[in-house]
Design a protein around this ligand. Structure first.
Ligand code: GYE
Length: 305
């Protein structure tokens, strides 16, 4: 009710940029940092922008409901972090019909180019490749490893797997991925899956996790099994959240590929351009970088998330 009222007020005044954002949920530290970035920008720029925020609890049907609701309320721009890649055609077509541009934030959707305005986010295939190279260095290019995958059907999971697996296959014939399973990007499931990997596989030398949260769960499982994460089993993951920097500084993780979640300002700046009828690039690419354990202690105080 409150959301509806604020949207109407903004619409009536016609000045504010009204953005409806359909967030995935709260599955990871990365996701929380992105949400905070969006909400902080909106709060600090309340004279110019109005944010309608929906948390979908990791369910696509809830995201679709939120988008339909935003269309009904006549927002200027819809922002969406699509939990999975497929199944968006119909609701995006409805937004298009209503003349509301859709901005994809941090994950891709598999739809034709005319159904969305732009994708703001990382090259996940490239992230996977970088992670594979780091893993190879840590292992002296040989050994058995396991993979913790993100949410099934999410572009960030599919592409991080493709990039990593392809790079291993192409360049490191003595590294073998002996098991690969989803941990849904959460710490709890990362731990659970790692426990079962440790039970059914001997000699695991490395873990590649599609995000830091799952890696942090795996680290717990490894410790409980009486092994040393970071030494006996090398840990490489993606995101760059504070928790993994702490683990690296403590010698329990080895490498993270940073994926920037602080996308709030860019989301609203892009939305403002779209409202003004300006053109924007189809892909506004984030720049990612590699952080290894030896850098962790030094950069930790300056980490923003
Ligand atoms: O890496 C993960 C989150 O879509 C890039 O989603 C994002 C991913 C991020 O849950 O931690």
């Amino acid at each position: 009710k409150t959301e509806e009222t604020t949207a109407k007020t903004a619409e009536a005044s016609g000045e504010k940029l009204v953005v409806g954002f359909a967030q995935i949920g709260q599955e990871s530290g990365w996701r929380d940092a992105e949400t905070l970035s969006i909400q902080t920008y909106a709060a600090e720029n309340g004279d110019k922008v109005e944010l309608l925020f929906a948390d979908a609890q990791q369910k696509q049907e809830n995201q679709i409901k939120a988008i339909k609701n935003f269309i009904e309320q006549g927002v200027d721009v819809i922002g969406l972090a699509p939990v999975v890649e497929t199944g968006w055609d119909q609701v995006f077509a409805e937004a298009k019909e209503a003349g509301i541009p859709v901005v994809l934030l941090d994950r891709r959707a598999d739809v034709s180019e005319d159904l969305f305005a732009t994708f703001i986010g990382s090259d996940f295939i490239e992230e996977g490749k970088m992670a594979a190279k780091e893993m190879a260095k840590l292992l002296g290019e040989k050994g058995k490893i396991v993979e913790l995958e993100g949410t099934v059907g999410a572009s960030a999971a599919t592409d991080r797997k493709t990039g990593f697996d392809d790079e291993i296959k192409a360049s490191y014939p003595n590294i073998e991925i002996v098991a690969s399973q989803t941990g849904d990007f959460t710490r709890a499931q990362g731990k659970e899956v790692m426990e079962s990997f440790l039970k059914s596989n001997k000699d695991i030398k490395g873990v590649y996790a599609h995000n830091d949260d799952m890696a942090l769960g795996a680290i717990e499982a490894i410790k409980e099994a009486g092994l040393k994460p970071g030494e006996d089993i090398k840990i490489v993951s993606i995101d760059g959240v504070r928790g993994i920097f702490e683990a690296m500084a403590a010698g329990e993780a080895n490498c993270t590929v940073e994926c920037n979640p602080l996308l709030g300002p860019l989301l609203f700046e892009t939305a403002a351009k779209l409202k003004a009828g300006q053109s924007v690039d189809k892909w506004v690419k984030s720049v990612d970088g590699v952080f290894t354990a030896d850098m962790a202690a030094k950069v930790l105080p300056d980490r923003k998330y």
